[in-house]
Each structure stands twice: as C-alpha cells, then as structure tokens.
Write a protein that binds this ligand. Structure first.
Ligand code: NAD
Length: 300
C-alpha cells in the first residue's frame, strides 16, 4: 500500500483517484473545487491544501490537470511539486499537455533527482471509472516499472512511447485522429437524417463495415445506438469540447513546429473553435453533431 498525492479531481481524476483508494492506497488529494475533494474525503482520502502538502510523505504524486499552464504551475517554482517532493518520490502527470511543457517539467524533476513520467490516458470517463485506461508513457523504463502497480489500479495497458514528452506526442497524435473521426461520424449521421435513413440502421451497417471506428461504436454522437455515450445524457461530458479544441490546437502547434500541414486537422480545429465560441465548450465533444446539423447558432 502506497501513499499517493493526487491533484486534479475533474471528470477523469476523480474516478482515477477513486480506483487507487479501492486498491487500498492512502490518498492525499487536492483540487481547486472543494466539491470534488469532498467526494473522495467521504471515501477515505485526506484533503490537503496544495501541491506541497500533496507531496508530503508521498511515495508518488499523480496529476490530472486541464493543460500545460496548470501543470507548470503545480510542478515548477516555489511551493511546487518538484521543490516539495522528497528524494525517491515518483511524479506522474496524466494530463494531456504540450510536449514542450512536459519536457521542461521532466528536466526540472531530473535536476532534483526525481523520477518523472508523462502518462496521458485514452479511454475517457468510462475507462477511468472501469479502470481500463490506456497510459501512453514518456520517461525512463525504470520509472515506469515503479509506476506499474499504481497505473494498473487505474488502467489495463501501459505503453512506453519513448523518452520524456513521448507520451504526450502519442496522445496528441491519437486525439488528432479522434477529433477528425468524430466530425466524420457526426457528418454521416446528420446526412442519414436528411436522407431519411434510420440512425440505428446506419449504426448497424456502418459499425460492421469499413466506416467503423471508436467515435461511432463506443461513443456514438447521436442518442440510441450506444446507450453509454454522452448523447444519451444531454451531452454532459465525458470529454469536453473545449478539451478537444485544446488537443487539436496542440497537434497544430506541434505540426507547425515540424513544418507539416494538417488539412483535416486544421478543418477539425476550426469546427471545434466555432462550436466553443458559440458557448458550447462545456458540452461533450460529440455534441459537435448539433453544430453540423445546424442546431447551434455560430457566434458573430
Ligand atoms: P476537468 O476540467 O474535468 O478536470 C480538471 C480538474 O483540475 C478540475 O477539477 C479543476 O478544478 C482542477 N484544477 C485545475 N487547475 C488546478 C490547480 N491549479 N490546482 C488544483 N486543481 C486544479 O478535466 P478532465 O476532463 O478531467 O481532463 C483532465 C485532463 O485529462 C485534460 O488534460 C484532458 O485533456 C485529459 N483527458 C480527458 C479525457 C476525458 O474524457 N475527459 C480523456 C483523456 C484525457
């Protein structure tokens, strides 16, 4: 049984931390939102006031924050995790962030002799709840070996992608596929509506044909065919559209730096940007189907 600091108890972090508690670990949790920490306090976690307190006496600290800015704030500088963690503490950032920040934070950890992994996840809230996440890991193999029992309490697969930052690179590429494929599925279902084709029939056929993909078979953007998908609960996230926009922007920045043009990535970014600007960013990203249908008024 390990003592684990856990920072960021949002849609993903809360169920992930809950699974660590269920596996018998001691948790020291922190989030800006008291309502989130209260849920875990009721399950036996100790609520702490900040990053330094989360690291105190911890064998490992796990973070699940929105983006690079919050990760830099929590890890770097006075009172940050890297300053506060005792030698031997393992640092694991599971947030999806830009590769440059991931490398900067890992280098700062290394300077203090702390092992650090970037370990962004795939599998969504359902995967976080069922402890079936996939971790895409950047860092040293020895650190991953140490992290393995903790990651195994939250997921089913841990793949070492390469050195620090490689986990984030893999995640950004994965979400580029996801952002584009969700729009493709949404366009097909809206076209089916216009053609008078029943959505369940389209699902039954396309999910067994060459159009099948995760965005349809696990996360269908229209209500009905996949009962667990956010479409069946008013598009409550899930994975918020503003998070998808963040990830597509990260892919775009990385592609620009590499001198690569991403025609569909760019179109997907523009589509999500318009959706978020129309005030829909808090909805699940699959709600993009409503924008494609013309149900969302674009902002002027
Ligand atoms: P979220 O917005 O629901 O949760 C983020 C949490 O971090 C919030 O509870 C917020 O209060 C807290 N937080 C923000 N700044 C903080 C700070 N400075 N100190 C302490 N707490 C702070 O986001 P989420 O959906 O849980 O996603 C978290 C990360 O996981 C993101 O990087 C996202 O891209 C990635 N991700 C999400 C999904 C998904 O399906 N939701 C899937 C894979 C990866």
């Amino acid at each position: 049984m390990a003592t684990i600091g856990f920072i960021g108890l949002g849609n993903m972090g809360l169920p992930m931390a809950g699974n660590l508690l269920k596996a018998g670990h001691r948790l020291q949790v922190h989030d800006l939102a008291a309502a989130r920490t209260a849920v875990l306090a009721a399950e036996g976690a100790v609520v702490v006031a900040g990053a330094a307190e989360a690291a105190t006496g911890a064998d490992a600290v796990i973070t699940m924050l929105p983006a690079g800015a919050q990760v830099a704030e929590i890890y770097l500088g006075g009172g940050g995790l890297i300053e506060a963690a005792a030698p031997g503490t393992l640092l694991i950032d599971c947030s999806t962030i830009d590769v440059a920040t991931a490398r900067r934070v890992a280098a700062a950890a290394e300077r203090r002799g702390l092992a650090m992994l970037d370990a962004p996840v795939s599998g969504g809230m359902a995967g976080a709840e069922a402890a079936t996440l996939t971790f895409m890991v950047g860092g040293e193999p020895a650190a991953l070996e140490k992290a393995q029992p903790l990651l195994a309490a939250m997921g089913k697969a841990m793949i070492l992608a390469g050195p620090p930052g490689a986990g984030q690179a893999a995640k950004i590429c994965n979400n580029l596929i996801l952002g584009i494929s969700m729009i493709g599925v949404a366009e097909a279902f809206v076209l089916a509506e216009r053609l008078g084709l029943d959505r369940q029939k389209l699902f039954d056929i396309a999910s067994k044909s060459s159009g099948q993909c995760w965005s349809m078979t696990a996360y269908c953007p229209v209500p009905g065919p996949v009962p667990s998908s956010p479409a069946n609960r008013g598009y409550r996230p899930g994975f918020a559209a503003q998070m998808m926009l963040k990830d597509l922007l990260l892919a775009g920045e990385a592609a620009d730096a590499a001198g690569l043009d991403l025609p569909l990535g760019g179109a997907a970014t523009d589509t999500y940007e318009a959706f978020v600007k129309a005030g829909q960013g808090g909805l699940d990203f699959s709600a993009i189907v409503n924008y494609i249908r013309g149900d969302v008024e674009p902002s002027p």
